[in-house]
Design a protein around this ligand. Structure first.
Ligand SMILES: Cc1cc2nc3c(=O)[nH]c(=O)nc-3n(C[C@H](O)[C@H](O)[C@H](O)COP(=O)(O)O)c2cc1C
Length: 377
């Protein structure tokens, strides 16, 4: 199968993933919260950013390499943390980690992954970032970070935009309750997706394995409860505390306001991750990309990661032009693994890279730092 012909864009991967994975799983991956207005705004605000095409500038060749927090990367993007990743396709975390490692781009493991960090150690190479939903129990925090670091995850991401659960109405309509209750519709959906179902049975029923290691002795033992039991409601003091206790790169994810970015930098955070969780938490906020320029201006020397709504190489260029140093994607990587299994993430990286090269050629940009001056203002 010629992947480039059959699946030239993220939308093709999404369409195939939708057919290959059970409905309730696809809805978990694809949905946002409320009317999903913010999700739409994330994408349309990106689409509104334009570049001037260039003419008569000779043969265009683009250098897509970059350095970020002291490491060199051939490409300026990677895979964002996604909880329950392994439910999207059997072994998804391992497949994604291996593909990112092979391409030399970061893979960020979620606290609520279906694997423990040690399982990913043989696959992750030097590309491991670890995302922490800070547990209230400080001993658990430290132990999770210790295990992640020992398994090769060198950068710590603190996600701070989930003060509590959001409604996620589309997930509810798909019968995805917390804790999950298997019902007739789910069973039917699994029966009609045998490749997913048999693979999932072979791989082992997905659960929040890392959290369960710590929730074991607690009252709530069900899959979803393990995440709830572990997760705390961190405050600014917790950021300062984590800074004291983590000696590697520390990033804070879910920042939307310039003054918050400034305060975080004052607390010793190494990089700001601009994100609105892709509209999964709050439907009434601004598009993530519209937050980026003011944050760039507020913390001019601080590295910035951007996510939410990126669906192609051109969107990556847009975020870089507006001040991001690195771009991460959640859904796209999971559409890819859902659509094509082990071949998916590598193919996604290929189409993003080709799209970036092609678009940079059109606008006469030979390096990422050229992008800003090519913007239509
Ligand atoms: C199914 C799903 C689960 C997610 N789980 C987490 C998570 O466990 N931790 C986290 O920090 N962000 C999580 N996110 C948010 C992503 O890290 C990222 O911010 C978002 O997906 C980026 O937007 P995009 O999907 O449009 O690329 C999740 C996103 C999705 C779609």
């Amino acid at each position: 199968m010629d992947l480039d012909t059959r699946f030239p864009a993220v939308s093709d991967l999404r369409a195939r993933a939708r057919r290959r994975i059970p409905h309730f799983v696809f809805e978990y991956l694809d949905s946002a919260t409320g009317r999903e207005d913010q999700h739409g705004r994330n994408q349309s605000a990106l689409s509104d950013i334009q570049f001037w095409p260039a003419i008569l500038e000779g043969e265009p060749t683009a250098d897509l390499s970059t350095s970020f927090l002291g490491r060199d990367y051939p490409l300026p993007f990677g895979c964002a943390p996604v909880g329950m990743s392994g439910i999207m396709w059997p072994g998804a975390e391992k497949l994604l980690a291996a593909a990112c490692s092979k391409a030399g781009v970061p893979y960020c493991m979620s606290t609520v992954a279906t694997v423990v960090p040690e399982t990913l150690a043989p696959h992750i190479g030097d590309q491991g970032w670890f995302q922490l939903y800070m547990p209230k129990d400080k001993e658990i925090r430290l132990d999770m970070c210790r295990r992640a670091k020992a398994a090769g995850f060198h950068s710590l991401i603190l996600t701070v935009d989930v003060p509590l659960e959001s409604r996620r109405e589309r997930q509810r309509r798909a019968n995805l309750t917390i804790p999950p209750k298997v019902n007739a519709a789910m069973v039917w959906s699994m029966m009609t997706h045998p490749e997913w179902t048999l693979g999932t049975l072979r791989e082992g029923i997905p659960s929040l394995k890392f959290c369960e290691d710590y929730a074991k002795d607690m009252e709530a033992t069900s899959v979803a409860h393990a995440g709830h039991v572990i997760r705390g409601n961190p405050s600014w003091d917790d950021i300062a505390w984590m800074r004291e206790h983590w000696d590697g790169p520390l990033l804070v994810k879910g920042v939307q306001k310039p003054e918050d970015a400034k305060t975080l930098v004052g607390l010793g955070v190494d990089a700001i991750w601009v994100s609105n969780h892709s509209g999964r938490q709050f439907d009434g906020g601004p598009a993530s990309i519209t937050c980026l320029p003011d944050i760039r201006a507020a913390v001019p020397e601080t590295p910035i990661v951007f996510d939410s709504g990126v669906t192609g190489g051109l969107d990556i260029l847009r975020a870089l032009a507006l001040g991001a140093d690195f771009v991460m994607m959640g859904r796209a990587f999971h559409y890819a693994v859902g659509a094509l299994g082990a071949k998916g993430p590598g193919h996604l990286i290929h189409i993003l890279e080709q799209d970036m090269r092609s678009c940079m050629g059109q606008i006469g940009a030979t390096k990422l730092s050229d992008l800003r001056e090519r913007l239509v203002r």
